[in-house]
Design a protein around this ligand. Structure first.
Ligand code: GTP
Length: 597
């Protein structure tokens, strides 16, 4: 296809503003999928995405559109993940297209993720077509939202297209705008092959499928290609475009987007952002700006039943084959036994992986509190990355500690601003900016990531009744007075409950934790001291008093089956417990103890 007849674009939007519904409409209206095959949210392929209504993996579709000018155009839509955890994937897929539809809910206006995503699009040099969705809603106020887009984002919204992705109103105008307002791609057919690896996933029938955008040159079925970052060479077995099901194609030229398979064993062997070229006639230089996705949040995953360790290892290995951004290594905890220390791109990513392990592999897991990567500067000049507070070296060898900071943008109706500021302040935030657009405030904070990974988002939602939106970017590592706090139950340290905290907050946090644990740990036959300590110094202490009654006492001796049932019930309950010396701690304690309220 010649370049003038190709348009590549993505859709940027805040969650729930209607990105998937619009994509479905575009596909439907152009007859890309026969009506009977149309299922809602065609592009969200994984079950878990469908259930949670979030798009995790970038996906794409090639649409053939006969425009009003009598010409047929190829429109390639790349569906980008909307969540901050996957910001790196978003930024790469943005570089594979030339334009974006900016979808804003006309009853809501611009939200934090709208901003984050549209700035990525602007950074990638996109032409942007604003689209006001949900104008069928009585609360829709397209003019106000146009002004809102101009105010907050600073782009011209005068010819924003009013649509209803639900009823189909305005969809033909969107298609025309894609053709006439977005630029065609550029590229040289005769240059050596240069293509960007945009995404990859595992298909149970085909193995690893790699999605690429060709920049220069031509790739054909059977070609020997090389991945420039990894150096690996493969022969292309299958070359196809997504409509959205795979349709074989003999070649892909500049500006085109498609997929190939090449007997690649694991998704791990493919790096998003890598440059693909021909083995024999490579391009001179790879595409700029490649960086592998780095895990920023770590936690321990342990089987509730120690006998499930092998099953957990198996499941983690299988999952990892398909998710290069997830890291793991074996970990032993005095408290929890054998498990894995796992690294994730963010909290949502963590939750998704844990859910999949529990659901798809039927495992019962204990998740320890999420922690960020601290940089420990040792006195001898060595710099260590601390993934697990339990591994904190002895303080006498430590010079100073740095923690990751983020730049967080929060958009919230005026009424809740006070609560949001207080929350950010409580989490050691430094206010950078505060502006208003209509009755909504936009506040920018510099926050320690460690204070956000835990329950910040939940707290934010609850203090604003769900009206706030939030987004963040990692900014830098900065020194602060951080200490490791240990928890001792019955005088034994429980390593899985150790956390890194700011020195000024250690006492408050410590007291809160021991109080919570006192509630969470059931009574035993003996008295249990619960303590929080920094180094050898106890900073908070509670005592759980001994249990008085024997549980079987109420069975009045006689009824043996009833007694047996009761004991069995207790035993089943025990599976969710962990034994520490003489004390049993329920698995829920490992997360609940850290919740701050
Ligand atoms: P994520 O995939 O979760 O990021 O969300 P999304 O932006 O793709 O939103 P989605 O298309 O899933 O739409 C969110 C909700 O808004 C769904 O319940 C849709 O049915 C609804 N919706 C989408 N477009 C319209 C519209 O034009 N009018 C109305 N009334 N509802 C709409």
């Amino acid at each position: 296809t010649d370049l003038d007849h190709i348009r590549n674009f993505s859709i940027v939007a805040h969650i729930d503003h209607g990105k998937s519904t619009l994509a479905d409409r575009l596909i439907q209206l152009t007859g890309t999928v026969a009506a009977r095959d149309m299922k809602a949210q065609m592009l969200d392929s994984m079950d878990i995405e469908r259930e949670r209504g979030i798009t995790i993996k970038a996906n794409t579709v090639r649409i053939e559109y006969p425009a009003k000018d009598g010409q047929t155009y190829i429109l390639n839509l790349i569906d980008t993940p909307g969540h901050v955890d996957f910001a790196y994937e978003v930024s790469r897929s943005m570089r594979a297209v030339e334009g974006s539809l900016l979808v804003v809910d006309a009853s809501q206006g611009v939200e934090a993720q709208t901003l984050a995503n549209v700035y990525q699009a602007i950074d990638a040099g996109h032409e942007i077509v604003p689209v006001l969705n949900k104008i069928d809603l009585p609360a829709a106020d397209p003019d106000a939202v146009k002004a809102n887009i101009e105010d907050v984002i600073g782009i011209d919204a005068s010819d924003a297209i009013p649509i209803s992705a639900k009823t189909g109103l305005g969809i033909p105008e969107v298609l025309e705008a894609i053709v006439h307002r977005l630029p065609p791609p550029k590229g040289d057919r005769n240059a050596p092959l240069k293509a960007m690896l945009v995404d990859s996933w595992y298909d149970p029938y085909l193995g690893v499928v790699v999605m690429i955008r060709v920049m220069d040159g031509i790739v054909r079925k059977g070609d020997r290609i090389k991945m420039m970052q990894t150096g690996a060479v493969y022969g292309i077995d299958k070359l196809a475009v997504l409509k959205p099901q795979m349709v074989d194609i003999p070649e892909l030229g500049p500006g085109e987007i498609g997929v190939f398979t090449a007997s690649i064993k694991q998704v791990r062997d493919t790096r998003v952002g890598d440059t693909i070229t021909h083995e024999k006639k490579p391009c001179a230089a790879p595409l700029p700006g490649f960086k592998p996705a780095q895990p920023v949040v770590f936690c321990g995953l342990f089987p509730v039943d120690a006998a499930d360790f092998e099953a957990l290892r198996d499941a983690i290995e299988k999952l990892a084959l398909n998710d290069a951004s997830f890291s793991y290594e074996m970990e032993t905890s005095a408290a929890l036994g054998f498990g894995f220390r796992c690294g994730f791109l963010g909290l949502l990513h963590l939750e998704v992986v844990r859910d999949r392990l529990e659901r798809e592999y039927d495992l019962d897991l204990i998740t320890t509190a999420p922690s960020v990567v601290f940089k420990i500067y040792m006195r001898d000049g060595e710099v260590r990355e601390l993934h697990n507070p339990a591994d904190m070296p002895d303080l006498t060898y430590v010079d100073h500690i740095e923690e990751p900071r983020i730049k967080a943008t929060i958009m919230v109706p005026d009424d809740y601003l006070g609560d949001v500021l207080k929350l950010c302040q409580d989490r050691r935030g430094i206010q950078l900016d505060l502006t208003y657009a209509g009755s909504r405030a936009m506040v920018v904070y510099d926050l320690p990531l460690a204070e956000v990974v835990f329950d910040f988002y939940d707290r934010l939602k609850s203090v604003t009744k769900g009206y706030a939106s939030f987004d963040y970017q990692l900014s830098e590592y900065r020194e602060d007075r951080l200490v490791k706090m240990s928890i001792l139950v019955n005088d034994e340290p429980v390593d899985a409950l150790s956390i890194m905290v700011h020195a000024d907050r250690a006492e408050t946090r410590g007291r809160a934790m021991v109080e919570k644990l006192k509630e969470l740990i059931p009574r035993h036959m003996f008295k249990i001291p619960i303590q929080a300590a920094i180094g050898g110094r106890v900073i908070a202490r509670e005592t759980l008093s001994a249990m008085r009654k024997d549980v079987t006492a109420k069975c009045y001796g006689g009824d043996a089956t009833r007694k047996k049932k009761l004991l069995e019930k207790q035993k089943a309950g025990k599976k969710k417990m962990r034994q520490f010396g003489k004390v049993e701690i329920p698995q829920s304690a490992f997360i609940s103890a850290l919740k701050m309220d």
